[in-house]
Design a protein around this ligand. Sequence first.
Ligand SMILES: C[S@@+](CC[C@H](N)C(=O)[O-])C[C@H]1O[C@@H](n2cnc3c(N)ncnc32)[C@H](O)[C@@H]1O
Length: 312
Amino acid sequence: MTRKLDEPDAEMTRAVASFYERHPFPGERQPDADGLLLMRRVASMIADARHEAGPRRLRLLDAGCGTGNTSVALARTFPALDVQGMDICGRSLDLARAAAQDAGLENVAFAQGDLLAGPLPAGRWDIIVCLGVVHHTANMERALGHLAQALAPDGRMMLWVYGRHGRYHHQLNRRLLALLLKDETDPTRQVELAREFALDTGDGEPLSDLYGFVPGRHEREQVVLNDAWIADQFLHTNERAVDLPEFLGMIKAVGLVMHEWLGEDTSGTRLPPALAARLDRLPEQERLCALDLLLKPRRYFVEARRKGGWPS
Ligand SMILES: C[S@@+](CC[C@H](N)C(=O)[O-])C[C@H]1O[C@@H](n2cnc3c(N)ncnc32)[C@H](O)[C@@H]1O
């Protein structure tokens, strides 16, 4: 049985929910490279499932679906899926339902729920997608636990969480901005000032710190246009970034293993050859730890399963 949420966690959860009521995410934002990667992964999961289990509809949960962009895109692209979006934020869900209705989709539904509140239906979903969510919850371990028990025995979970090493400079920028804005209570003005901070500090240094490179026109345009993104990156009430060993420990504690580390070149070929060869000789846990230090990811995008994963 799940314990009742401690009051500090409950208070943080209310603060996070009310943050998203002010800034429903992602709103108008276009899919990025990871969004496209997700689509390809889900396509191959559907093909595999067809191969393994014959023609049956797959159930997919988009946990923390926000304004439903991913849920709607998945339901539209894959009619063989039954997509369930859930989120704590009522305003985001209204936008998600409107988008699904506009698209005339019948294989997607949305429900309000708190990932921390209590168990989800056990073993229900073949695929769980949880993108950019657990690191904003008051208790990441608990959220992951609830997701893991809702996964079907041979189910697959796509997780996207902030990486501590890659977000280090960004975290410093967030702290700086929090100091500068500590007396600003108007949420609209906060967003305006955060946007100015991002675009006009130095030569857009906060954006370079965030992306790890000088962003191109597309990224800059997203920043200029999207209040939700500015708020989410620069003004969030609660975010926690992890490193890879910590993240793998968390998913292991809930009975999952990393099956695939997505969106990174994990070959180690960025190292000089003699060091790349040493990397390859390390025991798997240490090799992953070394890769994490080498790559300094801004996010971990991972497919997790119950068994047979990486490291073995
Ligand atoms: C950064 S947004 C990500 C939205 C979407 N997954 C995407 O990738 O565009 C985080 C979402 O998590 C939701 N969320 C945060 N805490 C939650 C909780 N305890 N239970 C359910 N949803 C939660 C927020 O309301 C918000 O919509």
